[in-house]
Design a protein around this ligand. Structure first.
Ligand code: DGL
Length: 268
C-alpha cells in the first residue's frame, strides 16, 4: 500500500500550501489533489453542504486508491472530519489540519493568550476553542472570523496594497488584542503570512499549519508503515470540480512544473 497516493482536498488553492510542505518533506509520495472550486468558498457554507461535498470528494480519492486522505481545509476539517473518518473506515487513513496545530500549541503555549483567524465556519464552529479547552493548559484563545481573506487570496490578491488594507483592518480588531501568537486557521493564509508577520513587526509567532501538518502526516504514515520508499519518480495529479484559470496559474507557481490538471465535476 505504501506506494499508493496521498489524497488531499480543499475548496480551492488553500490546500496547495500544505501539499507543498508535504512534497518538500516527503518527495517520494504520490499526490492526488482535489480542489472543489465549484463550491468555493467552504467557509460560508452550511455544515451539511460541506459534509456532502466531502463525501463525494472522498469517493473520488478512494477510487484513485489513496492510502490516506488529508482534509487540507480548516472549514471542512471542522464540518466533516468525524463523518469522513467514519465513511472512509479502514479503507484509508484520514487526517485533518486542526489536530496537528493543537498538538503544536499544547507543547508551546501553556498559560498564554493566542489568536485565531479563519473562515466563519471554522471560527463559529468553536472547534479550536473546544480542543484547546480540552488540553487544560490554561490557554486563552481569542478568535476572529476573517471571511474576506480566502476570497482575495483565491483571486490572486496577496502581497499588494488591497490585501494589506484588509489584513490591517482585521488584525487591528480589539478581539485580537494582546495575543502572543496567531494561528492561521485557514490553509489559504500561509500565502499572506509575510504580510501578517509584518503587521506584528515579526514580534509574535504566526502559526502556519502547512509544515506542522506535513510533519504530523509523515509521523502517521511512518507509524502505519505507509511511507513510500520506492525509487520510481513520484507523480502529482490535480482535479478541480470547476475549471478556473486562477487555479491552474497558482498551481504552476506552487510547483514550478507542468501541471496535470483534470476537470472532475462532482455532480455527474
Ligand atoms: N482553505 C479553507 C480553510 O482552511 C477554506 C477557505 C474557504 O473555502 O472558505 O478553511
Amino acid at each position: 500500500m505504501a506506494n499508493q497516493p496521498i489524497g488531499i482536498y480543499d475548496s480551492g488553492i488553500g490546500g496547495l500550501t500544505v501539499t507543498q510542505a508535504i512534497t518538500s518533506l516527503l518527495p517520494s509520495e504520490n499526490i492526488i489533489y482535489f480542489g472543489d472550486t465549484a463550491h468555493l468558498p467552504y467557509g460560508d457554507k452550511s455544515t451539511a453542504a460541506i459534509q456532502s461535498y466531502s463525501i463525494k470528494i472522498c469517493d473520488v480519492l478512494l477510487k484513485q486508491n489513496c492510502k490516506a486522505i488529508l482534509i487540507a481545509c480548516n472549514s471542512a476539517s471542522a464540518a466533516s472530519y468525524e463523518l469522513v473518518k467514519e465513511y472512509v473506515g479502514s479503507k484509508a487513513l484520514v487526517i485533518n489540519v486542526i489536530d496537528p496545530v493543537i498538538d503544536h500549541i499544547k507543547a508551546r503555549y501553556t498559560q498564554k493568550t493566542i489568536g485565531l483567524i479563519g473562515t466563519k465556519k471554522t471560527v463559529f464552529s468553536n472547534v479550536y476553542k473546544i480542543k484547546i479547552e480540552e488540553l487544560h493548559e490554561n490557554i486563552n484563545l481569542k478568535s476572529l472570523a476573517t471571511p474576506l481573506l480566502a476570497h482575495i487570496i483565491e483571486e490572486g490578491f496577496f502581497n499588494n496594497s488591497i490585501s494589506e488594507n484588509i489584513i490591517e483592518t482585521y488584525l487591528s480588531s480589539p478581539e485580537l488584542a494582546d495575543i502572543e501568537a496567531l494561528i492561521l486557521g485557514c490553509t489559504h493564509y500561509p500565502l499572506i503570512k509575510k504580510q501578517i508577520s509584518n503587521f506584528y513587526e515579526n514580534k509574535i509567532e504566526i502559526i502556519d499549519s502547512s509544515e506542522i501538518v506535513a510533519q504530523y502526516l509523515a509521523a502517521i504514515l511512518s507509524k502505519n508503515i505507509l511511507l513510500n520508499h520506492s525509487n520510481s519518480e513520484s507523480y502529482k495529479k490535480f482535479f478541480v470540480s470547476d475549471y478556473t484559470q486562477s487555479f491552474e496559474a497558482s498551481t504552476k507557481i506552487f510547483f514550478n512544473e507542468k501541471i496535470n490538471l483534470s476537470h472532475y465535476p462532482l455532480w455527474d
